[in-house]
Design a protein around this ligand. Structure first.
Ligand code: GCV
Length: 731
């Protein structure tokens, strides 16, 4: 009763005051970029309503039903009224969707040539006439293409692009577009900052909450077509019958959305659940894997395949039996081949002996095996040769294995980039790598062309992203982390898209189509990655994070296996800073093609942003700018801090234009990020100063605490929701 009276007085107040705009309603982030809010521009809404009045989408396959449901929901939301389903085209304003097999109308259209170009998953969107009536056509060769076309049409409307003259087609450049979930069977998530694992193993296969479907919808909306459900640090139990029944249930939910499931295979599974050895050349082991593959395909006929981390960070592998990675991968590939499955073998390996240079190992181990893998094996290579750092050069394996399909592995969860608190948009980092020229076949041999198969003619192609989703209501641990999931999917579909275009799409769908929101938020996203590089690891530094959890600075970390320490990578001494990877040092430059090898090796031509990755530079040596290394370091750290402060101010300016719930959540995280940027810089500079013995000149902020304070910090206490109160409380 009291509520009603309050509502009445608010409504009356609005009437009396005239047109007071209602504030955007609070959002919890669950709907991601699939919010389908009414189009607010009146002229555009009229245009859309005139073009879209009803839906003609026959067919009864699960995927066509999914496309129909998504179009009905999306169009109703965007246009403000239901868009009915009808049997045929009777008047203007039809949305005609289907394949030539599912829709006689689509079969009758003169678009065969366009369809021939878009393959199995592509789509064609057209504004045209069907039977003399205006229509929007969503056509594809297969049902999955209709689904992707439906999402493309909805994206068009959500981003307020015109329908007049619509002539768009889309097809993925990469075949396997996968999310790798580092999810354990106890529902913890390795490097997960967004709650527990989405997969509730205890209640599977019986209970299938709507969240499973919504996860699949979100994936499909950006073109992701596979999910590796389990951690690469694998547990053999996932391959037992009770778990396979659970996996089959998830596969059943995902299938209509074009998503196949994959599992991680623990190499020692034949020992742990089969009572055998795991030697890849042992006949009984080979039979065991064949039997296991048969069993899996009996319950999951479209199972995608296995992802394997072997002989890396303590995981078992073929080298335990003095066999090669190829022996190991081929064992599993032979078991899966009769069913059409693939083996995705990771190139992220650590040898048991600490080598001269950690970043050279993958090439040393895998290049000699080029061509030794079965055709259904792909090698999954991290974007850089170390480990998902804020900046690394591209991995030198790209271009170096012409006879082995290489997939790219990107990390969406921000293990080394501020985890769930810092706002860091990752597309600029990923496009930097995808557009990097390997020179493997001369200029233009980009990493993107390696992984899309066009450079070496790979028969199979793929891209994987380590997922950042969990049971948090907003899926990704923060509103802006969602943008990285979105960006990964869009780049896996088309790696030539720009980070700016993807950000624009995401902002319009997730936040607002108001230019007064788009421009500042796009600027924040654009600047955010370089800011993180600057306050964490400027000028080519890497792996300076605190030990274990990787949250916050730890340039002094020196205990434990040497190539897991910070001092191994920074090589700070009284002379200078940085890892000499020239011929005089580890010679890692030799793993790159010319002219990169020489470019990276020379102090004159190495780019500043990779300087300390490749060179040990004296503190007072002058860089291209004319400033000394010490001055440049101070400058870069400060730029990082200043950029975050600018992001705070920019966001504060949006208080009236973004709903209060999201506004305050982001504002609070930016406050933490600003304090932590300062933490990074103060701790790092003070530590470098113990070697350089140079002052922090006037004009720069002086560190808030002495070095001992930073070295003594033990936060975060909860690694899944990292916080450092001692830093947050700093003014
Ligand atoms: C799943 C890094 C991470 C590990 C991760 C590993 C990998 O070392 O810190 O948590 O393990 O990469 O990619 O296998």
């Amino acid at each position: 009763m009291r509520l009603q009276a309050r509502w009445l007085s608010v409504a009356l107040g609005c009437v009396l005051l005239g047109s007071a705009p209602s504030p955007p309603r609070p959002e919890d982030g669950y709907e991601l970029w699939l919010r389908y809010r009414p189009v607010s521009d009146a002229a555009l809404r009229r245009e859309y309503r005139a073009a879209i009045g009803y839906l003609v989408l026959p067919g009864d396959s699960p995927t066509l039903r999914a496309a129909r449901a998504e179009l009905a929901t999306g169009l109703r939301g965007l246009l403000g009224s239901a868009v009915p389903l009808e049997r045929g085209v009777t008047r203007d304003g039809a949305v005609v969707a289907g394949t030539p097999a599912s829709s006689p109308l689509v079969a009758s259209l003169p678009i065969a040539a366009e369809l021939a170009r878009v393959g199995n998953e592509g789509y064609v969107l057209r504004a045209t006439r069907v039977g003399g009536k205006t229509a929007i056509v969503v056509a594809a060769n297969r049902d999955a293409g209709v689904l992707y076309g439906a999402f493309a049409l909805l994206r068009r409307l959500q981003t307020n692009r015109p329908l007049a003259g619509l002539a768009e087609s889309g097809a993925p450049r990469i075949e396997l577009r996968l999310l790798d979930h580092w999810d354990n069977l106890n529902r913890t998530v390795e490097r997960g900052y967004a709650g527990a694992s989405l997969w509730a193993w205890d209640s599977l296969p019986g209970q299938l909450p709507a969240r499973y479907r919504d996860y699949a919808r979100a994936d499909a909306s950006v073109g992701i077509n596979g999910a590796v459900l389990t951690n690469v640090n694998a547990d053999a139990r996932i391959l037992t019958a009770p778990y396979l029944a659970k996996v089959a249930a998830l596969a059943g939910v995902f299938r209509p959305w074009g998503i196949r499931v994959y599992l991680t295979a623990r190499f020692s599974a034949p020992m742990e659940i089969g009572g055998l050895t795991a030697d890849p050349l042992d006949a009984a082991v080979r039979d065991w894997w064949k039997g296991k593959a048969d069993e899996i395909y009996r319950v999951i006929p479209d199972f995608g395949g296995f992802l394997v981390k072997a002989n890396s960070e303590g995981q078992p592998g073929p080298q335990d039996y003095r066999r090669t990675h190829a022996d190991g991968a081929n064992l599993l590939a032979d078991a899966l081949a009769p069913h059409g499955g693939v083996v995705i073998w990771r190139a992220f390996v650590y040898s048991n002996d600490v080598p001269t240079d950690r970043v050279m190992q993958a090439n040393n181990e895998f290049v000699p095996l080029d061509g030794a893998f079965r055709p259904n094996v792909l090698l999954q290579v991290k974007n850089g040769p170390l480990d998902f750092q804020p900046r690394e050069p591209f991995h030198p394996l790209f271009g170096a294995m012409p006879h082995t399909p290489l997939m790219a592995e990107l990390q969406i969860t921000k293990e080394y980039l501020g985890q769930n608190t810092h706002l860091v948009y990752l597309a600029p980092m990923w496009t930097e790598v995808l557009n990097a020229d390997t020179y493997a076949h001369g200029p233009g041999s980009t990493v993107g062309r390696v992984i899309d198969g066009s450079l070496h003619g790979y028969p199979r192609t793929g891209m994987a992203g380590v997922a950042n989703v969990g049971t948090d209501r907003d899926w990704s641990g923060s509103d802006f982390n969602q943008a990285n999931w979105y960006a990964f999917g869009r780049l896996a579909w088309d790696h030539t898209l720009s980070a700016a275009q993807i950000a624009d799409e995401w902002i319009r769908q997730t936040l607002s189509n108001d230019a007064r929101v788009i421009a500042p938020v796009a600027a924040m996203m654009r600047a955010s990655r370089e800011a993180a590089v600057n306050y964490m690891t400027p000028l080519g530094l890497a792996h300076q994070m605190a030990v274990g959890h990787h949250y916050g600075p730890g340039p002094w970390v020196g205990r434990g296996r040497s190539d897991w320490t910070s001092i191994y990578y920074n090589r700070a001494d009284t002379i200078g800073l940085g890892f000499d990877r020239t011929r005089a040092g580890s010679n890692a430059v030799s793993q790159y093609f010319q002219p990169l090898r020489d470019r990276f090796a020379s102090r004159d031509s190495v780019p500043d942003d990779l300087l300390l990755w490749f060179h040990h530079v004296a503190w007072s040596e002058r860089l291209h700018s004319g400033r000394t290394l010490w001055d440049e370091l101070l400058r870069h750290y400060q730029m990082g801090i200043d950029t975050v402060r600018w992001m705070q101010r920019t966001w504060d300016g949006l208080a009236e234009r973004v709903d209060a719930a999201r506004f305050h959540r982001v504002q609070e995280l930016l406050r933490i990020q600003a304090a932590e940027a300062r933490w990074w810089r103060d701790a790092s500079v003070l530590y470098w100063q113990t070697f350089s013995h140079l002052p922090i000149p006037a004009g720069y902020e002086q560190p808030l605490h002495p070095l001992a304070f930073y070295r003594a910090l033990t936060c975060p206490s909860d690694v899944t929701k990292p916080r450092c109160p001692a830093i947050e409380e700093t003014p």
